[in-house]
Design a protein around this ligand. Sequence first.
Ligand code: AMP
Ligand code: GLY
Length: 430
Amino acid sequence: MNILVLGSGGREHAFSWKISQSTQCDKLYIAPGNAGTALVGENVNIGVNDFDAIREFVKSNNINLVVVGPEDPLVNGIYDFFKSDEVLSGIGLVGPSQAGARLEGSKDFSKQFMDKYDVPTAKSKTFTKDNLEEGLNYVSSHPLPVVLKADGLAAGKGVIIAETYEDARSTLKEMLVDAKFGEASSRVVIEQFLEGIELSVFVLTDGEHYKILPEAKDYKRIGEHDKGLNTGGMGAVSPVVFAKGDFLNKVEERVVKPTVAGLKSEGIDYKGFIFIGLMNVNGDPYVIEYNVRMGDPETQVVLPRIDSDLVDLLKATANGTLNQVEFSVSEESATTVVMVSGGYPESYEKGHQINGIDSVSEATVFHAGTKAGENGEVLTSGGRVLAITGRGDSVANALENSYNGIAKISWKDEYHRRDIGQDILKLLDK
Ligand code: AMP
Ligand code: GLY
């Protein structure tokens, strides 16, 4: 079959890498892709939100399955666009409908959904410009720290944890009145701060059945020891030591089952990934957020741990037959460390030549922000440039492979965190 992956990051390189290993995949296309995806498939110069161009491409290239990487096209309704087209409606698309994508596209919607279906989450209240005064009073009597979240998509920047009442009040005003995050902050969710260790659980559902994929922990801040600005993610580790037995059972019973059942009872068409951001609060899971796609860079550690053919899982998701598929997860650990352009997540330079990728044999190099130069060289073209995934029989060994790979790669002003996974190693030591 012919498969089209939409997106251009490390996540999409990991998807294409895994899909290209399937004997069921004839032609693999990535739109728009990067220099890494071009190694395992064919890049197509179409943007992820250009639905008309995607329709033409899918029709003229006999695409049988479309895998949507990022949230944007999902929130913009690509699933519904396919289903309402005579020809496209028969083609499998992995990703939820626009109604389902609201789980990520609107924090207010996702909080209401969790309340309705008894999914454990932080207590919260939503405010708009119209009840600003009420909102200011609400934060002023809220225990500190207090969490303020822009309702809509804000490129991972829309969450502010205020340590003082002054900060909380001014942030609320900036979001609602000064449109700090544009339309995304025209509604603000104010919620209780949860104290615990974070992890993410990934679920594939066809709307009826579900499979729980390997969990992961990511590292969002730019600086070591989780200091500095938020980024898209600087590294990830799987498995997460406490995500087993009792805890994982609680996640399945209290979070996964009511979420899938809730989507069904709302009549929401959902055939895709659910990325559940969780806080482990003294052994109990609380949902921090839902995303309606896989994580980046979490995909770069989750997919390498799936031993089975990913295409079987993706096909069954689109067809509604996930209950008929078995899949196996490797006992191995996987870690990924993201190499970024100096300056990221603020301004950074592009176009630097990357050296040493071909000499890495101990790890898998996933490309994120790269493009091919005129003479076949690989150039930086984004903030997050590469994700180096190591595998091993322990987290420590996987990390060693990631970092040994990194040591062979260089470009001007390259930066990466040196402490990915160190917190997990400490937990393992206990
Ligand atoms: P989000 O964009 O929802 O993933 O939030 C970004 C980050 O803010 C999360 O990864 C958490 O580290 C933190 N965060 C969000 N909500 C809470 C909360 N209620 N309590 C503590 N930390 C939170
Ligand atoms: N790494 C976090 C995300 O993909 O949202």
